[in-house]
Design a protein around this ligand. Structure first.
Ligand code: HEC
Length: 154
């Protein structure tokens, strides 16, 4: 019971803090520990687009697992595999840190593994475990990096 109280206080205070900081985003508030990657506005949009595909595909995988529809899981996961890591423009590739590229590749490969196993084993629990592993890459990368558009846009 003693240990619960500080936690409850923290939970009660957290939303207020979040509101306080939301408008300071541009001035790198103290809560911002992510490394900036500076890109053109177009390159930033390219990465954001790829991210929204990750999110949409992940949603399909979860839906497929819940419905035990392993065909849907296979299709959604393979759409996020290495084959989908389509033409990253050479200039953009050169500006991305090695660790970022490694995490990106591990994510695409993880979806390929998930697709392959979903097809051959058709085991929803196994797919869910794999999804949890793949998503640790999403979490790590998001904790580490943010994108910054170069002034002037190009
Ligand atoms: C290699 C690094 C990396 C990986 C892996 C990664 N992300 Fe991201 N993601 C980013 C970065 C960087 C941003 C942009 C943050 C910013 O704008 O400052 C981002 C942004 C996003 C956004 C917001 C897109 C928008 O239009 O604003 C979504 C949604 C997202 N990621 C989902 C995912 C999901 C789901 C996964 C895993 C399946 C994933 N990401 C894996 C780096 C990554």
């Amino acid at each position: 019971m003693k240990r619960l109280l500080p936690l409850l206080l923290l939970l009660a205070v957290a939303p207020l803090n979040a509101a306080d900081h939301s408008h300071e985003h541009a001035d790198a508030p103290a809560m911002e520990h992510r490394k900036p990657i500076t890109l053109s506005a177009e390159e930033k949009a390219h990465i954001h687009l790829e991210m929204r595909l990750f999110l949409a595909g992940t949603q399909k995988i979860v839906t497929g697992i819940a419905a035990n529809d392993m065909k849907l899981v296979t299709a959604a996961a393979s759409s996020l595999g290495m084959a989908a890591a389509h033409e990253v423009p050479a200039g953009l590739r050169a500006r991305l840190p090695l660790e970022f590229k490694k995490l990106g590749q591990a994510t695409h490969q993880g979806f390929d593994d998930l697709a392959r196993d979903a097809d051959s084993l058709a085991d929803a629990n196994h797919a869910l475990r794999q999804l949890g592993q793949v998503m640790s890459n999403c979490v790590s990368c998001h904790a580490m990096y943010r994108l910054e558009a170069r002034a002037g846009g190009k």
